[in-house]
Structures are given as C-alpha cells and as structure tokens.
Ligand binder design. Structure first.
Ligand SMILES: [Zn+2]
Length: 235
C-alpha cells in the first residue's frame, strides 16, 4: 500500500512565522516543502502526498493535524525555520522514545539535511509541539537554520540551497519509509572533482571525503554519538 505522506510547510497567510534579514519563514517552508514533494514524486514510487497548504494561505495548527488525521496519513513532516539567535539545524519528535517510524525518519532526515546543508548539528530533540502531539501518526518537525542569524539567512536566501533542503527532506523520508527509486531517475555517473567532495569531520579530525551525498550520510549516522562534534563541509 502506498505510504501517505503529509507535508506541512509551517505558517502561511496572515502568519509569516519568524522573519529576519528580509526573509519570511512562511515562504521558505513552502519552498522546501514543494521541492520535497517534487523530488518524491519525480524520483520515487510507493507514496501519495498531501500538503497542509499549497500557497501563501492561513491554516491553523488544528486544521493541519485534523486534515492529516482525517486523511489517515502514515507520516507527518512539518517544516520550519528557527529564530532567536543561534545557528544550524535541529529536528523534533514528540516524546523521548518515539515509534520506530518516527525515530527512523528523524534519524534519516536529520542526517541527510546535515550532509547536504553543511549546517551545525543542533541535535535530534523532542518537544510538546501541537503538530507532533495532535497528529495520530508518526511525526517529525525540522528547524532549518536561523532566519535572524546572518550566516544562516545568507544560505536561505539562495534558492538553490533551499532546494537542497527540500531534496534532503525527500531523500531522508524515502530512505526511512523504504520508498523505491524510479528506475529512470538514477543520476548520471561522472568522476567527481576534488573540490566537489563532501568532507566529514568528527571532533576536528577528517573522518571521510565523499563524492556521493548518501555515503557522507552513512558516515554521519555512524559517528553521530552523544558528544561527537560533526562538521559536514561541501567545499
Ligand atoms: Zn515555525
């Protein structure tokens, strides 16, 4: 049976979410969500997707979870941008020990976003957020950089970077949910140049350099232990 994935771009309409550096959270979350959906639809099979909003419209938190519950979604993915001074990426589940699917999606999405963005790892967390608590299915919420921090905002201003975030969410979801790749969508294989390698550093020491993002993700997953400081760098 096809996996029903509910994608929730945070805020919208009258609620801009966080703002800073000329950016609005509601625009970024929608762009990430749309790209996530596009990648899943074009490159993977075995799912159907619904979004809590398709455009810049006001949708309450309750409407979002009620729609996902009514539809009988198998997974709820909520996309947000952080604010309040800080830097990097963090993700949330509802309780410390979530369901197997919750833990798997958080782990994979978290690892792929880190590998693709090069952002500081602010860790996998849990919190009593409405969309995590009131959704009846496994749910994860991501906080993609800080809109009010110059360095994070500079990246978020680049549409190609925002697309990268969308793709990372799609690939993480696909891996955790076991979605199959469409045969035609295999990327062309070409020899990587040295300057295109993704470098992973652990506690200040280089742990690996990869041409393929998924290999960097595998390493990040392996070394992501409490206390490990992981830097992922796309030079
Ligand atoms: Zn938000």
């Amino acid at each position: 049976m096809a996996k029903k994935i509910f994608i929730d771009p945070g805020h919208g309409g009258k609620d801009p979410g966080a703002t800073g550096n000329g950016l609005k959270e509601k625009d970024l979350t929608l762009a990430i969500a749309r790209e996530c959906r596009r990648v899943l639809q074009q490159e993977y099979t075995g799912h159907s997707i619904r979004m809590s909003r398709e455009k810049d419209q006001t949708v309450s938190l309750r409407q979002r979870t009620e729609e996902a519950n009514r539809w009988g979604a198998h997974f709820f993915l909520s996309i947000h941008i952080n604010a309040g001074g800080g830097t990097g990426f963090e993700s949330y589940r509802y309780v410390k020990q979530g369901s197997a699917m919750t833990m798997a999606v958080q782990k994979e999405v978290h690892a792929v976003v880190l590998a693709r963005s090069g952002w500081k790892d602010r860790r996998k967390k849990w919190a009593n957020f409405h969309v995590l608590r009131e959704s009846k299915m496994p749910a994860v919420l991501t906080e993609n950089g800080f809109i009010d921090t110059g360095a994070d905002a500079a990246k978020l201003k680049d549409p190609a970077f925002v697309k990268k975030l969308g793709r990372a969410h799609a690939e993480g979801l696909a891996k955790a949910l076991g979605l199959k790749k469409k045969p035609s969508s295999a990327p062309p294989v070409s020899a990587p140049k040295r300057d295109q390698l993704i470098r992973v550093r652990v506690n200040g020491k280089q742990a690996g350099a990869f041409a393929q993002p998924e290999n960097a993700v595998d390493l990040v997953e392996k070394v992501a232990k409490p206390g490990a400081v992981i830097d992922v760098n796309m030079v």
